[in-house]
Design a protein around this ligand. Structure first.
Ligand code: GRF
Length: 192
C-alpha cells in the first residue's frame, strides 16, 4: 500500500448492498485532506442498492457483481485491473469466499453494528435488547476467515436507553458508525 502522506492516496473500493449511509460518509471523508484513502470504486452485489446513487452523484465508478463462483473471479480481476489496494465493506450482505479473502489478505475491513465479539451476524440490536445489555455500539475490524471475527481496529460504545427499540438503537448506532469508520481508517494508516 502507498503512503498516506503527500499526494498519493490509497486506492479504495467500498462494497455495499443497501442504503449506503456509510458509503456516503466515507466518500465525504475521502474528500478531506487528512483522508489516507481515495474511493475509486463502489461495488455491489445488489443492482437495486440505494447506495449506488452516491456513486452516480460523486462520479465514482460503480460495478455490480453477483459474487457467485464464476462472477467472483471476474470481480477479483476487475479489482486488480483497477489497482484497488484496500476494500471497505459497508453493509455488504454477502460472505466473501476464502479465495477472495486470500487474494486481498489483510486489505479488507468491515463495519459491524455491535460491540464484537458480541452479536456477530444479523439482528444485532434486537439481540442486544433481548439480552438486556447496558451498552452496545459498533466495531470496525479486519475481515478474516471467520464471520465478524477479524482483529478489531476500533469500537464506539453507546448506552442502551430504557425505551430503546431496534429502530431507535439502529439510528443511534449508525450515528456512531459514521464517526467511527473514518477514525478507524485514519488510525490504520497513521504510521505509514
Ligand atoms: C450498518 O449498520 C453496518 O454496520 C452494517 O450494515 C449497515 C449498513 O448501513 N454492516 P448503510 O447501508 O451504510 O446505511
Amino acid at each position: 500500500m502507498k503512503k498516506s502522506s503527500g499526494q498519493i492516496k490509497i486506492k479504495t473500493a467500498v462494497f455495499i448492498s443497501g442504503t449506503g449511509s456509510n458509503l456516503y460518509n466515507l466518500i465525504k471523508f475521502s474528500f478531506t485532506k487528512k483522508s489516507p484513502i481515495k474511493i475509486c470504486l463502489v461495488v455491489s452485489n445488489n443492482s437495486k442498492a440505494k447506495g449506488l446513487n452516491f456513486a452516480n452523484k460523486f462520479k465514482i465508478k460503480k460495478k455490480i457483481f453477483k459474487f457467485d463462483k464464476n462472477d467472483e473471479k471476474l470481480a477479483i480481476d476487475y479489482l486488480i485491473k483497477n489497482k484497488i489496494e484496500f476494500i471497505c465493506l459497508a453493509g455488504f450482505m454477502h460472505i466473501l469466499s476464502k479465495n477472495f479473502k486470500n487474494k486481498f489478505n489483510g486489505k479488507i475491513i468491515n463495519i459491524h453494528p455491535s460491540l464484537l465479539p458480541k452479536y456477530k451476524g444479523l439482528n444485532t440490536h434486537l439481540r442486544a435488547l433481548k439480552n438486556k445489555e447496558k451498552n452496545t455500539g459498533c466495531t470496525i475490524h479486519y475481515v478474516n476467515s471467520k464471520l465478524d471475527s477479524g482483529r478489531i481496529i476500533l469500537q464506539k460504545k453507546i448506552k442502551i436507553l430504557k425505551n430503546d427499540t431496534p429502530i431507535t438503537l439502529k439510528k443511534r448506532v449508525l450515528k456512531q458508525e459514521h464517526i467511527a469508520y473514518p477514525l478507524a481508517i485514519t488510525k490504520l494508516f497513521s504510521n505509514l
